[in-house]
Design a protein around this ligand. Structure first.
Ligand code: SF4
Length: 325
């Protein structure tokens, strides 16, 4: 069957980015629920909203400078985003992920990095990374910066609730950070290529020490970027194989034989996967997809949305025909 003829087909099915690839690597069945069926838990995550609002604030700060006026403007941008989801009455309950702490983050970031020898050239850059002519990984870079050492750097902001050496070390093998190093190495000469910088922002409940910042340099040699490249090719193959199997699956089967469960991932970061109830009881979910269960909603992640109205950067083994699309 052709993919677009499948009764459940959604145009996001064959669009990939690092978030989707990580989801499949964690558990192919989780990928199935999130990206094939498109069901997501029906609650608003304060961690996601706070992180995304902080992104907006830091983008303003890094683009316009670290003056008092811009700190205020950045904070207002945070508020505008945060208040779309949470009212002032919820601020105390949501501490430390609330506007009080956000202002501390913005001030601390400004104080710490206003003299960091990096000039931001562009922020929120959407793009497509071509691993092969028909293998495209979509991305959006937080910021491209030029250093006093005449090298280019990519910045990525990450918020967390607990800072540890493990948290710092994870970025060296992270799919997204390795892809960003690949982008730098494709775009610039060896002399011009810097590395990826993860600006970690830890927000904790500890009174008086709610905010901790850490800058993690993520330097990958061309050889280690090649390791990432071949891992990605393999991962994309695995997703495509699951997709091919899925197109052959029917409601009549007793068991869904594509997107296998990776049961060792059911407990991740100390909490149970939101799809655990489905995986525990449904042998072939295809017979049960007509109605969205209580506590869930339809949510589709389409990385192409971030490209709207912007110039899209194309990097890697770019297919000239696709460039004309
Ligand atoms: S409950 Fe376990 S097997 Fe099911 S989707 Fe989540 S991680 Fe995968």
């Amino acid at each position: 069957m052709n993919i677009i003829d499948h009764p459940l087909y959604h145009p996001t099915w064959d669009i990939l980015d690092s978030t989707k690839i990580k989801s499949h690597a964690l558990c192919p069945r989780k990928y199935f629920w999130e990206h094939m069926v498109g069901w997501a838990a029906n609650h608003t995550s304060v961690h996601l909203v706070f992180g995304s609002a902080i992104h907006k604030a830091l983008e303003c700060l890094r683009t316009k400078g670290f003056t008092d006026d811009i700190i205020l403007e950045s904070f207002n941008l945070f508020l505008e985003e945060y208040r779309k989801e949470f009212s002032i009455d919820e601020d105390e309950r949501l501490a430390p992920k609330n506007p009080d702490t956000a202002l501390k983050v913005i001030v601390a970031y400004s104080e710490t990095y206003k003299r960091d020898n990096l000039t931001v050239i562009e922020t929120e850059i959407p793009g497509r990374c071509y691993l092969a002519k028909d293998i495209i990984i979509h991305f959006k870079v937080d910021a491209l910066a030029y250093g006093k050492d005449k090298r280019y750097y990519l910045l990525d902001y990450k918020t967390c609730s607990r800072m540890s050496q493990d948290w710092v070390d994870q970025w060296q093998t992270d799919i997204q950070m390795n892809m960003y190093n690949y982008l730098l190495q494709c775009q610039f000469t060896e002399k011009e290529t810097g590395h990826v910088i993860v600006d970690g922002i830890c927000v904790k409940k500890t009174k008086g020490r709610e905010v901790e910042l850490i800058r993690v340099p993520c330097k990958r040699t061309p050889t280690m970027v090649s390791v990432w490249y071949w891992n990605m090719m393999r991962k994309v193959d695995e997703i495509r194989l699951d997709m091919e199997d899925f197109l052959k699956c029917t409601e009549e089967q007793t068991v869904l034989t594509s997107f296998p469960m990776r049961e060792v991932s059911c407990m991740n970061y100390g909490s149970l996967c939101p799809y655990h109830g489905f995986c525990s009881d449904w042998a072939n979910p295809l017979v049960l997809l007509d109605e969205i269960p209580d506590g869930f909603k339809e949510k589709r992640w389409d990385p192409r949305k971030r490209e709207e109205g912007k110039t899209v950067v194309k990097v890697g083994v770019v297919n000239e025909e696709k460039e004309d699309e």
